[in-house]
Design a protein around this ligand. Structure first.
Ligand SMILES: Cc1cc2nc3c(=O)[nH]c(=O)nc-3n(C[C@H](O)[C@H](O)[C@H](O)COP(=O)(O)OP(=O)(O)OC[C@H]3O[C@@H](n4cnc5c(N)ncnc54)[C@H](O)[C@@H]3O)c2cc1C
Length: 231
């Protein structure tokens, strides 16, 4: 899979949560891209800055790349996405990274905080729709408030269609009335008894460290733990 610079056109922009945008980058007519689920692109977000964004779309859809971008940090990457408009131009280098889905028969657990969910959307789409895996896939998605939740429509549709896929949204600071799980994703770790699993972790450094060390202590082999740090 050759890494290449692409000149794309923004073909879809959706405000997916209070500070998160789903943006689709369409490749020029006739061009396609090959990538592995979990990989990312580095987008030229200003004249002097590039930022990395994971690919949420499935490799099967090879005429565009889609991502979910959090704009809370407020830097040039956030500015780029907060002002993204359909028809706008974008330059990116892709595909990059080694945080990719591994096809095995072991149960797979995915731990995401915030837009750390992004690469997992590509992995889940690939594993279920393309590979038609029957392995168990369970995803824990951590956010602060209900207004931060994005892509739940996608997760819900997969959970309804495939009995081997399940997910749970964990809110650390929900408003009154939230009936789902209250707490960080790490609070769910004691409930997971299996140790011969593949573990994928994506998001903040602290969450990655906490999840990885908890599963290493349980006896999950280090070689079966994969992570990507966003910040
Ligand atoms: C491989 C890789 C893939 C990535 N994929 C995605 C993705 O799919 N979606 C996405 O939204 N981001 C993703 N990121 C993070 C992204 O590249 C930017 O770091 C982020 O969008 C902030 O960029 P910025 O220019 O707005 O802020 P910067 O000027 O780069 O950062 C300002 C400060 O905010 C901190 N910060 C960065 N992100 C956050 C955050 N979410 N919450 C709180 N503090 C933060 C930084 O550590 C820094 O101190 C990825 C990062 C990497 C390394």
């Amino acid at each position: 899979m050759a890494v290449k610079n692409y000149q794309a056109t923004i073909s879809e922009v959706e405000k997916a949560a209070h500070a998160t945008y789903r943006v689709r980058f369409a490749l020029p007519e006739g061009e396609t891209i090959e990538f592995q689920p979990g990989q990312f692109m580095t987008i030229k977000v200003s004249d002097s800055a590039r930022r990395s964004y994971s690919i949420a779309s499935a490799p099967e859809n090879n005429t565009y790349l889609e991502t979910f971008a959090d704009t809370v940090a407020g830097g040039p990457g956030s500015q780029f996405f907060a002002h993204a408009e359909v028809g706008g131009k974008a330059e990116f280098l892709a595909p990059l990274g080694r945080f990719v889905y591994r096809s095995t028969d072991r149960p797979a657990y995915f731990f995401a905080t915030g837009t750390g969910l992004t690469p997992f959307l590509s992995m889940v789409r690939f594993a279920l729709d393309t590979e038609k895996t029957t392995r168990k896939l369970h995803l824990l998605f951590g956010l602060r408030h209900e207004g931060d939740i994005f892509a739940e429509d996608i997760l819900k549709a997969y959970a309804e269609k495939y009995s081997n896929f399940s997910y749970e949204i964990c809110l650390s600071r929900p408003d009154a009335g939230w009936t789902g799980f209250t707490g960080r994703v790490t609070a769910r770790i004691p409930d997971i008894a299996e140790t011969d699993i593949d573990l994928y972790i994506c998001g903040s450094q602290k969450m990655i460290n906490d999840v990885e060390s908890a599963f290493l202590a349980k006896g999950v082999p280090e070689a079966q733990i994969y992570y990507e740090q966003f910040y």
